[in-house]
Design a protein. Structure first.
Length: 91
């Protein structure tokens, strides 16, 4: 997911500046996802323009996104989280 429309600041520009030549541009090519009825910082996000099937699944209510879930390199559960997770999950 890519920041698309964010009233508090231009997060797409931040994304584009950080990604440089690999940023998906122009912004108008992104498949827009409305998040205005959520607690997200942006009113909308964008998906890669070649993910039209995933975009349709999302719009149909058959796909969800989990953002900022962290990176797992092996199975981690409640019993071994503190010892087994080297990344900050649920950040």
């Amino acid at each position: 997911l890519i920041p698309h429309t964010c009233s508090s600041k231009d997060m797409y520009k931040e994304y584009s500046d950080m990604r440089g030549s690999i940023a998906i541009s122009p912004k108008t090519s992104l498949l827009e996802i409305d998040s205005s009825d959520s607690d997200q910082v942006c009113e909308s996000f964008g998906m890669h323009p070649k993910l039209s099937a995933a975009h349709q699944l999302y719009n149909d209510g058959d796909l969800v996104w989990f953002a900022n879930a962290g990176v797992l390199y092996r199975p981690v559960d409640k019993s071994n989280y503190k010892k087994g997770a080297k990344s900050a999950l649920f950040a």
